[in-house]
Design a protein around this ligand. Structure first.
Ligand SMILES: Nc1nc2c(ncn2[C@@H]2O[C@H](COP(=O)(O)OP(=O)(O)O)[C@@H](O)[C@H]2O)c(=O)[nH]1
Ligand SMILES: [Mg+2]
Length: 215
């Protein structure tokens, strides 16, 4: 009996990530991996972003979830092309999954590609997808202690977005403490506060995106 190793199994994540990175560089696509715990507001933020910035940038979205195509449908409803990756129980996206979704896009026609990772504050931080930028969303109901309790995720963030600030009057969330904690875990990370519901602060998020095209 002969065992033939699946070539795919040898094609490790970092190789696939650098393959993706080359593709993004060739097409000059700005790629942002968006990570958070489930329900922090990734899809809502992306819906608002697509609605606000589609006249400035050609936007595509890759959605990662354990099951269902619901998030991709939400993004399509606001007018962007969205491809859903269903991970069948795997708690994060990996670079090979992303590389399989890429042929669905004409990347020469996409300026800005968001990858909404699987909702999870641990696993996704460990898998390079070939993106240049990583954003982590934390939301008010999760509590300000999550930065120090899940430092691995916050360490890889270029930008931390504190979402759901409309809920501040109803929940105990110490923003100053969160900023201090982020400073301790990842002093290089930028920090902005938004509400995807009231739109407060959204302009600073949009400006941050615009700044990526000026670097
Ligand atoms: N109050 C409030 N609710 C929000 C905000 N952003 C998202 N939500 C709600 O939070 C829930 C989860 O949002 P969703 O975008 O699906 O989170 P995801 O799982 O990270 O993609 C939904 O009920 C949203 O309407 C916000 O800024 N304020
Ligand atoms: Mg979502």
């Amino acid at each position: 009996m002969k065992i033939i190793l699946d070539q795919d199994a040898l094609f490790d994540n970092n190789k696939a990530a650098s393959f993706n990175r080359d593709i993004f560089a060739k097409s000059k696509t700005v790629v942002i991996n968006v990570m958070s715990s489930p329900g922090a507001g990734k899809t809502t933020l992306l819906e608002k972003t697509v609605s606000a910035l589609s006249n400035e940038f050609r936007i595509g979205v890759i959605e990662g979830d354990l099951a269902t195509e619901r998030d991709a449908e939400r993004i399509r409803a606001v007018g962007a092309k969205a491809i859903q990756i269903e991970t069948n129980g795997i708690c994060h996206l990996d670079a090979r999954m992303v590389s399989k979704a890429l042929p669905e896009f004409d990347l020469d026609e996409i300026d800005l590609l968001f990858i909404e990772n699987v909702g999870n504050l641990v696993c996704p931080s460990k898998f390079d997808l070939g993106q240049e930028h990583q954003v982590v969303i934390l939301s008010i109901p999760e509590g300000n202690d999550k930065i120090v309790k899940y430092p691995v995720m916050f360490r890889v963030a270029e930008l931390v977005i504190l979402n759901k600030i409309d809920l501040l009057p109803y929940l105990d969330f110490d923003i100053e403490q969160a900023k201090k904690d982020l400073q301790g875990v990842n002093p290089k990370s930028e920090f902005i506060q938004v509400s995807s519901k009231s739109d407060e602060g959204m302009e600073s998020w949009f400006d941050w995106i615009r700044s990526l095209f000026e670097r």
